[in-house]
Design a protein. Sequence first.
Lengths: 311, 699
Amino acid sequence: MDASLPAHMRPERSFQGFILALQRFWAEQGCVILQPYDMEMGAGTFHPATTLRALGPKPWNAAYVQPSRRPKDGRYGENPNRMQHYYQFQVIMKPSPPNLQELYLKSLAAIGIDSAVHDIRFVEDDWESPTLGAWGLGWECWCDGMEVSQFTYFQQVAGVECAPVAGELTYGLERLAMYVQGVDRVYDLNFNGRDGDAKVTYGDVFLQAEREYSKHNFEVADTAMLFEQFKMAETACRKYLDAGWKDSKREAHLMALPAYDQCIKASHVFNLLDARGVISVTERQSYILRVRELAKACGEAWIHTEAGGAA
Amino acid sequence: MPDLLLELFSEEIPARMQAKAADDLRRMVTDKLVAEGLVYEGAKAFATPRRLALTVHGIPARQPDLKTERRGPKMGAPDAAVQGFLKATGLTSLDEAKIQRDPKGDFYIALIEKPGRDAIDVLAEILPVIIRTFPWPKSMRWGARSGKPGSLSWVRPLHTIIATFGPETEEPDVVKFSVDGIETGQTTYGHRFMAPDAISVRRFEDYEAKLKAAKVILDPQARKDIIFADAKELTFAQGFELVEDQVLLDEVSGLVEWPVVMMGSFEAEYLAIPEEVIRATIRNNQKCFVVKDSKTGKLTNKFVLTANIEAADGGKTIVAGNERVIRPRLSDAKFFYETDLKTKLEDRLPKFEHIVFHEKLGTQAARIKRIERLAAEIAPLVGADVAKATRAAHLAKADLLTEVVGEFPEVQGLMGKYYALAQDEDASVAAACEEHYKPQGPADRVPTDPVSVAVALADKLDTLVGFWAIDEKPTGSKDPYALRRAALGVIRLIAENALRLSLMKVAASALAGLSVKPADAQKLPSDLLAFFADRLKVQLREQGARHDLVDAVFALGGQDDLLMIVRRVEALGKFLETDDGKNLLAGIKRASNILGIEEKKDKRSFDGAPDAALYSLDEEKALAKAIGEVTAEASTAVAKEDFAAAMSAMAKLRPPVDAFFEKVRVNDDDAKVRENRLKLLNEIRSATRAVADFSKIQD
C-alpha cells in the first residue's frame, strides 16, 4: 500500500480509493487500464477486451472495472450484499505470466490485505460459461474463508481454443471493499473516503437504483418488447457477421466487434426475461444455446480480424 | 542401492485430486521401473496442495545385462542370407558366430549381449513420459508455451521438478531431463507465505525435513492427524465435542500445507435453524467443522476452522474474518428457513406443472401424481394406511422447491420432514417425506414405517418403469439416473421388511400410469424383473454370499415375489452347505448329465412317469418311493413357504439317489428298462424343481 496517499484515498477508507489502488497496481504491471464497456452485461468477462481479446496469438494485458448487471439478483435494496448491479474488477493477461499468482497476492497487499495476518487460499473452481462457450481451470481465492476473487486460466473462449492461454482475475469489488472497510452492509460502504457531511456512501449512490431496477426487472420490464429485442439482436448479429467477411474466401473479417455487441445485447435481454420468470426451464436451455451460437460465431469472426491475429 | 526423489511443484492442486494423483505417480513410476528390469525395494508418494512427491528406494544402479542367442542360416547358405544375419545381429563376420549342430544340419548362432543401462538413464527416459501422460481428471495449458502445439498439460501450472538419484552415502545426481522447458534440478520452495524461499535438497530424508522446517507437512496423513487431534483438543478444552467428519477432514487436509486449527463462534440465535442446515452451511461453504455440546449432544454456536498459516497476530484476524463470513451465511439460511415455513408444502405443488422431470416422462407434477396413485395401490400390500400414503406421496417432493433445499440439495427430504411437521402433518406422513428417498446406498438405513415404505417403493418403481419405458437403461458404467441404486433399494425395502408383493403386477400398474407407451410394453415387466435378478446377484456377491443360486431360483420361472426368491436362495444356500446338500447336488448333476447325454443320443426327452412294473432292483423301487414322498412333502412345505422344511425333505433323497447310482446301471441292455430308468432320473430332476433348478447351480 502506498503510504503517501491522503487518508480519504486509502483503499480501506474509500471505495473509489480502493478501485484506484487496484487500477494503479495493474497499470504498474503493464496492463492497459480500460474504462467500462458501454453496454449492459452480466459479468466483466463479456467485455470484448476479455472475450475477444483472449483469442488469437497477440499478447494482451488489460484491466478495467465493469458494472455487472444480474437482474435476478436484485433485492429491492433490502439484502445486505445482493444487488442487481455491482462492480467487477477484471484483469486479463495473455499469455498468462508465470508469476500471475504472486502478482495477484501483491495486488491484495496493494488494497490492504496483508498475507501475514490473513489466511489466503486458492480453492478449486472450474469456471465455465455456457453462454460464452468458454471454460477454464483455476480457483476461487479465499481470504479468511471468504471468496474474494476468481482466478482462471482460460482454455477455451467463444468456442475457440486459447493459444496462448490467458489468465483472468475477477475481483468482486463491493465484497472486498466491505471486508477491508469492516462494514456488513454494502450500502454502508464509504464511497469517497470523507467524513461527516462530506461523506458519500455506496447507498447514497446506488440504493435508489437498486429499488427501481428491482421493480423494473421483476415486475415491469416489457416482456413483449424484450422477446422482440432478443430476436432483433440475434438477427442483427448474424447479419453483421455475414456482412463482415472481406470477400467470399472468408479469410478476413472486418466487423466482429459490432456483431459481438449484439451478442452482448441478446445475453442481457435474456437475463431480463429470465428475471421476469417468462422463460420455462426447457426454453431456458435453448436461449442459452442461441446466445452461445452467437458468441461462437463472433469468436470465429474475431480470429479472422487483424487484431484477432489473422495474418 | 540408490534412491529416487521426485517432486512436481505446481500451483494449487484441487484437494479432491491429490490422493489419487500421489497413488498414480507411485504406480506409474514403479510399474515402469519393474518393466525395465529395475526391481526396487519400496516406494511412497505424497501430496500437498502445491506438490506431488515420490520416493523410491533400493533401485539397482544398473539394469541387468541381457544375453540372447539368435539362430542364423545353415552353414553354406546363400550369401544374401548370411549378410542379412550379420546385419541383424551386428556381427562383423561369421567368425564371431558359434556353430550349433542339430539333426537338420549345422547352424550359425550369434550370441548377443545387451548390456544393462544405468538406472539414472532409464529414469531420464521414463519420467518425462509419465509426466506428459499423467492421468489428471482435468488438465490445462498455460503461459507462452500454450500457444504452440504439443505444450504440456498439467492440473495447474507446473513450476519446478526435482529428480535426484543416488545411494544414501553419496551426493545424489540430478536425473537430467526437461519437460516443456522445465529442467529438473534440486530446488523447491517452502510454504507460500511463511517460508517462500528456494530450498535445495539432496534426497528424500533431507527433503521432508527441510520442508517441515519451511512450514510444509508433506504427508497428508500427518496433516489429517494434526487437524483431527488439534480440533478434538481445542473443543474438548472448552467442554465441547467435535462433530467428526472424515470427508471434510480429507478435503481440508488437501487445502493446507501447514494446518493451524482455530475455533470461532456465531450468534446463538442461529441455533434455531435445523442442525443439518447449520452443518451444511458451515461445512459446504466454509469447509469448517461444527461442534456439539458434549452433555446435550446438540450443536453449539462454535465452529472449527483450519487455516494455512501461523498468523502474525495469533490468528485473531483470521477467526474474526471467518466469523464475518459465517454470520451472513447463517443469516441467509435462517431467512430461507423462516421464509420456507410461511408457505405450506401443498401450495408449492402447482409450480411442478412447469418443471420437466424428463423430456419424455413429463413434468414433476405428472410424476408426483403417478407416485401418489402407485403409493395408494402399494399401501394395502405393505400394511400402510392408504390415505396417509397418498398424502405423503403428494407432499414428499414439495421441499425441492424450498429455499433451503435450493441452497443445500443434500438436505432434500429432511427439510420436507421439518416443514411437514411444522404444518402439523401426521408423523408418518412427515417421516415419509424424508424416508421415501431411502435407502440411498448399500449402507443406508431401510425405512420401516409402512407409509414410508409405500412411498419409497412407489417412487423407485415409477422411476425404474419410466426409464425402462423410454429405453434409458443403465449400460456398463453409465447409470445417470441411478437406476441400479433404485432397484437395489426396492430389493432391500422388500427383503428387510419381509413384504409380499408381485413385482410384475406393480410394474404393470406403474406402466399403465405412464403417458408414454413403449413398443414392447408386454415384455417390460419381465425385463425389469431380470434387472432385479441381476441386482440381487450383485448384492449377494458383495455380501460374500453365493449369487449363482439366484439363477437357479429364477430358472423356475414365474418368480416375481422378491421376498420368496430371497428366502428360497437363503434356504438353498444353507442346504448346500450341508453334506446332504452337497451330495444331493452331485447326484442331481450326475442324473442331469446322464440324461443330457442320452437325450442327445436318442434325440428325445424322457418325460412322463416311469412304469413301476419295469423296476427290477430294490434301489430303483426305493428311489421311486422316495421321489414320491419327497415331492409331496416338499410341495406342502413350499406351499407353506417353509423353504427350510422343503430342503429337509430334499435331503431325504440323498441316500436313495446315492444307492441308485451305486447299484443300478442306467443304460441297461433292455431298451425298455433303460428308458424307464432314464424316466426315473428325470423324476429326480423334477422333484427338486419344487425349490430350485439345481442344474443351474455352479459347483
